[in-house]
Write a protein that binds this ligand. Structure first.
Ligand code: ATP
Ligand code: MG
Length: 756
């Protein structure tokens, strides 16, 4: 082995260097955002290789996303060269566990070509089970059971290990039985779900010490990023694999634990020191990412959480912009504002790809997308419109899955009559029944049934044609590139024709999606590799990043950084989410606050928070209050922008403490043009949040709690902040009907308009 050149060690601070060089024995790096945890992990990996302590395939490195794994591989490649290609075991928990399961599938009753079910398949399967057990699927929904099973698997519980109380919650104590049936059914289908990947690994390792020993020999060093978001099953998996050599290094930040809802346990951090006695714990305190205002704003916010492990953070990047906070009238105004600022930033020399918009919920994305399309601002939605979840993509995948494994009944059921080939529901039900009675797959049942007179002659013919096609494709699958196979299957099955003949506006998009699908398959060596990728990749990858603004959820922004970050929708009920607010106790809210901390700490130079006074959520207009997180930002590091129209003051602010009212900078917000205009208009100092129930198809019908008689008369010319100028045509209490010059006739609340 080459002696380490050591170049890569320069530039690390002493604590980082210690974390890189302490290769033997357990190490826990516990540090805040942007302190170089990921960088330490990458360098450590390179160091182990460069020092010749292990060969690439003897390292197990776990990242949170496939994208992060790719980036890490690239960075290591830059340090050690092509040897980085040999890092076979660098990936997510899921992708690594899937590889291991593939090699030992028979030990848990599967074949090595097992399929991984997506959520949709999973729910369909559970629905069948509930029907078979005569359980009311309206009362006890498949989704609920799927969620429970997921939770159990995340905790490492097989049906045998399920604590009795757990199963009691579903369908009057039938939870455990259903879980068991579900697992049996999966086995028959030669399939597993996501949770199974880890769970089957655990079963294999604990029941087969020889197999575990094999991996002990193989994985000489284990490295884990984003450790704070591991769940119990993942923790147990790591502990099993690390128990012999104990060369395990985990890096994480308790303040960034944001997957509690998926079973992540911050306690794993505390467990680590218990389970690996003598572990070296290293703390990093210097933040290299953000300027001091950004860092201080984030630190001040997270200080409101209790039960933190606590840490100090400092940066040499003093000064810089304060975190900008501003209120706007509605979601549309917010997207307009942000789009304008992006254009300005671009003119000043920022690249689009240095700009990110981080939202709490994906429904917030649409407004930005629309605006960007209009202004021709290039953007990507990361992990966005779930390409792989679209119907036509699922259909195409079902064909491939069925070609790969004849046992895949869910795939069979999905496409046997898609496109329509005259094999109706009755036939399918009959097939599934035969399959169940004989304990065979639906494909096999179909093969049997076409030899009988069970089906009408026409149905029989089309079913045998379908089976013949499948057989032919299976043969071709071994001979032709999988991209070609996909094209051929889409053509020969009649799927493409179905869409070509379809005159609905979506058909064209669907054809284009299928084209993109075929194109994206080119990146994979084999059909199996591709299908595995599909099941594992949660986020949509659009190839090499063009220069585009990045839109994504806060969750998917974890670990990333951008010079300019927009954080829209900081409103009660959006962020923190309504769900976390409805929950008892502070747990949900604290997780939301950590998410806010993650959001702010993604920014290197500029962070801009916004909130709207009105928002349309699922077609309904609602009034919004600024997020409590806005109030929790330390004033010294925040600036309320005075450029914007409307700064929502009022009860939302007062409710959460009076600090905002004392803020000198906040005064600028109150005297903003929008605010003045609102006050001139007789706005009685009440935040629109007070006025309840605003709804209707695009109509703003507000009912104020103050129902004083109106100061307006018919024919008055008025100005409305949303709709512009218009003439009053009707008055009813404090509601006005106004014929707006641009927006047409609307009902509005009188305090929302001013005389013009
Ligand atoms: P997060 O908690 O958000 O995942 P992190 O702790 O993993 O953050 P990194 O992403 O590794 O932090 O590093 C943050 C930024 O600081 C990166 O741009 C990284 O290149 C830079 N950085 C880290 N350490 C150093 C260093 N010693 N010298 C210069 N830059 C550094
Ligand atoms: Mg990181």
């Amino acid at each position: 082995a080459q002696p380490p050149s050591g170049d890569y060690l320069h530039g690390l601070n002493p604590e980082q260097r210690q974390a890189v060089e302490a290769t033997e024995g357990p190490v826990l790096v516990l540090a805040g955002a942007g302190t170089g945890k990921t960088r330490v992990l990458t360098t450590r990996l390179a160091h182990i290789l460069a020092a010749g302590r292990a060969r690439p395939w003897e390292l197990l490195a776990v990242t949170f996303t496939n994208k992060a794994a790719r980036e890490m591989r690239e960075r290591i490649g830059a340090i050690i060269g092509p040897a980085a290609e040999g890092l076979r075991w660098l990936g997510t928990f899921h992708s690594i566990a899937a590889q291991i399961l593939r090699r030992h599938a028979e030990l848990v009753g599967l074949k090595s070509n097992y399929t991984i079910l997506d959520d949709d398949d999973q729910e369909r399967l559970i629905k069948q089970l509930l029907e078979a057990e005569n359980i009311d699927a309206k009362r006890w929904t498949p989704k609920a059971l799927a969620g429970m099973i997921d939770h159990w698997k995340n905790r490492g519980w097989t049906p045998d290990k399920l604590p009795p109380a757990e199963g009691a919650h579903f369908a009057n104590g039938k939870g455990e039985k259903l879980y068991r049936l579900y697992q049996e059914r999966l086995r028959v289908l030669n399939a597993c779900d996501f949770g199974d990947l880890l769970l089957h690994n655990l079963t294999i390792f604990t029941a087969n010490p020889d197999v575990l020993a094999e991996y002990h020999d193989r994985f000489r060093y284990i490295l884990v990023d984003e450790y704070q978001d591991t769940n119990v099953a993942q923790y147990l998996w790591l502990r099993l694999l690390a128990q012999k050599a104990q060369n395990i290094c985990c890096v994480g930040d308790d303040d960034q634990s944001i997957y509690g809802w998926r079973g992540a346990e911050v306690d794993n951090i505390l467990r680590f020191e218990r389970d690996f006695p003598g572990a070296t714990v290293i703390r990093l305190e210097r933040n290299y990412r953000s300027t001091s205002h950004i860092l201080a704003a984030a630190s001040g916010l997270i200080a409101a959480n209790k039960g933190r492990l606590g840490k100090t953070l400092w940066t040499e990047a003093e000064g810089g912009e304060k975190v900008i906070v501003r209120g706007v009238w509605d979601g549309e105004a917010e997207s307009r504002l942000i789009a304008d600022e992006i254009e300005t930033a671009k003119k000043k020399g920022r690249r689009y790809r240095d700009i990110a918009i981080l939202v709490r919920a994906s429904f917030q994305m649409r407004a930005f997308e629309e605006r960007f399309v209009l202004l021709q601002i290039p953007y990507t939605v990361v992990g966005g419109p779930r390409f792989f979840e679209r119907a036509e993509i699922r259909d195409a995948h079902a064909y491939l899955r069925l070609i790969q494994s004849e046992d895949d009944d869910l795939a069979f059921e999905r496409i046997v009559n898609q496109p329509k080939r005259g094999i109706g529901d009755t036939t399918v039900q009959k097939l599934l029944q035969v399959a169940r009675l004989n304990g065979v797959s639906a494909s096999l049942a179909a093969r049997q049934i076409v030899l009988t007179d069970e089906l009408p002659a026409r149905t029989r013919t089309s079913l045998s044609n379908f089976l013949r096609d499948l057989d032919r494709w299976r043969i071709e699958a071994d001979r032709m590139p999988h991209q070609r196979l996909m094209e051929q299957v889409l053509e020969e099955s009649g799927y493409t024709d179905m869409l070509r003949l379809d005159k609905s506006p979506t058909a064209q998009t669907r054809l284009e999606n299928l084209k993109e699908l075929v194109q994206s398959m080119g990146a994979f060596d084999s059909l199996q590799a591709y299908l595995e990728h599909v099941s594992l990749v949660m986020d949509l990858d659009r190839g090499p990043a063009a220069d585009a603004v990045q839109i994504m959820t806060l969750h998917s922004a974890k670990g990333l950084e951008f010079p300019l970050v927009f954080l829209p929708g900081w409103e009660e009920g959006v962020f923190p989410s309504q769900r976390s607010m409805d929950e008892k106790g502070e747990k949900g809210l604290e997780e939301e606050r950590r998410l806010a901390y993650v959001g702010i700490t993604r920014a290197r130079e500029e962070a801009r928070i916004s909130f709207a006074a009105n928002r349309q959520v699922y077609g309904r207009w609602t009034s919004q209050l600024p997020s409590r997180f806005v109030d929790e930002l330390p004033l010294a590091n925040v600036e309320a922008s005075s450029e914007t129209g409307y700064y929502g003051g009022g009860p939302g602010m007062q409710q959460h403490g009076s600090r905002w009212d004392e803020a000198p900078s906040f005064g600028a917000g109150y005297s903003s043009p929008g605010w003045r205009r609102a006050q001139q208009a007789g706005y009685r100092g009440t935040h629109p949040g007070r006025q309840q129930v605003i709804e209707g198809e695009g109509r703003l019908v507000a009912v104020s709690e103050t129902s004083a008689s109106s100061a307006y008369r018919r024919g008055d010319r008025v100005f409305h902040m949303k709709f512009g100028y218009g003439a009053v045509t009707g008055i009813e209490g404090n509601k006005l009907t106004v014929a707006f010059e641009k927006a047409g006739e609307k009902k509005v609340i009188d305090s929302f308009v001013e005389k013009a």
